[in-house]
Design a binder for this molecule. Sequence first.
Ligand SMILES: Cc1cc2nc3c(=O)[nH]c(=O)nc-3n(C[C@H](O)[C@H](O)[C@H](O)COP(=O)(O)O)c2cc1C
Length: 356
Amino acid sequence: MLKRWEQAPVFKELNDRGEEIDSRDLIGSYTVVYFYPKAFTPGCTKECTLFSAELDHFSSLEIAEADSSSAETGFETLVETGARIIGISPDSPETLARFRQKHGLRVELIADPQRKVAAAYHALKENGKSILRSTFILDRWGRVRKSWYGVKVNGHVEEVLAGLREIVGADQAINQQIAYRRARRAISPRTLKRDEVKRIITAAHWSSSCFNNQPWRFIVVDQQVMLAKLHQHLPAGNYWMKEAPVLIAVYSKVKNDCSLKDGRDYYLFDTGQAVALLQVQATQMGLIAHPVAGYDQQGFKELLQIPEEEHLITVIALGYPLGNDVFLSEQHQQVEREPRQRKELGQILSWNQYQE
Ligand SMILES: Cc1cc2nc3c(=O)[nH]c(=O)nc-3n(C[C@H](O)[C@H](O)[C@H](O)COP(=O)(O)O)c2cc1C
C-alpha cells in the first residue's frame, strides 16, 4: 500500500484521445487518481459519472475555519485547487473514448492495458490481474495524502471530496507546529532520550544556508554535573532553565558562512533559521525548545570549551512540558497564559509600491 506523504508513482500513459498524459505535469495542483476495473460495467459507470458530476466542486473549494481549535489560525478562503480527477482502467483508449461519449464523462480517462500504473499504486488484487477499486488524493507536490483500497462506489465521491476539503484546509492553515510553538518555561526535569534530541538537531541541520555552508554548531548538555555548573552562569530571571534536563549551546563564527563584500555576514541568519526548525520539530514531538540570550557568554564558553573566536549565539532549554506551572514567577505564569503578543501585520509587512 502506498503510504501517506509518499511521492506517488510517476506514469506516462495514453488517455481516451490518444494523448500521452505525463503524471509529472500534474504537479502544482491537487489530483484525485482512481482505479476502476472496467468501462461500461454498472459500478464503474456510476463511479465515473459521479466523479464527473462533482468535478467543479473538486477544483474550487470553499474552505472555512480550517483550524477551529485556534482563533489565531482560523480563516475563510476560496481555494482554486485546480484538482484534476483521473480515472484509470485496463480498457483501451478506443473503449474509453466510447465510454466518455456515451455517458458524457468529464473526468480524465487513462488507459492502463498492462496494469502497470495499477501495479505501481498497489491497486491490484492478489491474483495480480484484477483491479482493486482504489482512490488516491495527491497534493500539489504529488505526494499521497489519502488512499482508499477496496472502494465501495456508494457514497465514495462524497468521502473523497470531504477528504480533499480536509487536506486543502490543513494545507492552507498556518502550520500547526508553528502556531502552537511558544517560548514556554514550565519545563519538566524528566530526562530526555538522546535519540530524540538527535532527531531535533537533525531537523535543525536540514535547514537551508548560504552556499550550503551549514554554519551552526551545537553542544548538547544532558549530564547533571555540567548542567549544575552552567546554572551558575544564568541570570536570576532565567531561573526556570535550571529545571530543563537538556541545555543546547548553539554557536558559530563569521568564517563558517558567507561574508559578502557589502558587509552581509550570514552565519547568524543561517544559525537562526536552523534554531527555528529545531523549535518546530521539538513542538511536533511534544517538547519545549526555548532559546534564550540571557546567560553569561564567557562563563558558558569556558565550561563548554568553545573557542574564543566563536559566538555563543543562543542556549536552548529543552524538555517535556509541565502542566503545572506553579514554580514559575507570577509574571511568567501570566505571560504564558495570555495569547501570543504580536505587532499588527501592517507594522511588519508592506507590499511593493511601484510608481513610474
Ligand atoms: C534570541 C532570543 C533570546 C531570548 N531570551 C530569552 C531569555 O533570556 N529569557 C526568557 O525567558 N525568554 C527569552 N526569549 C523568549 C522570548 O521572550 C519569546 O520568544 C518572545 O517573547 C515571544 O514569545 P513566543 O516565543 O512565546 O511567541 C528569547 C527568545 C529569543 C529568540
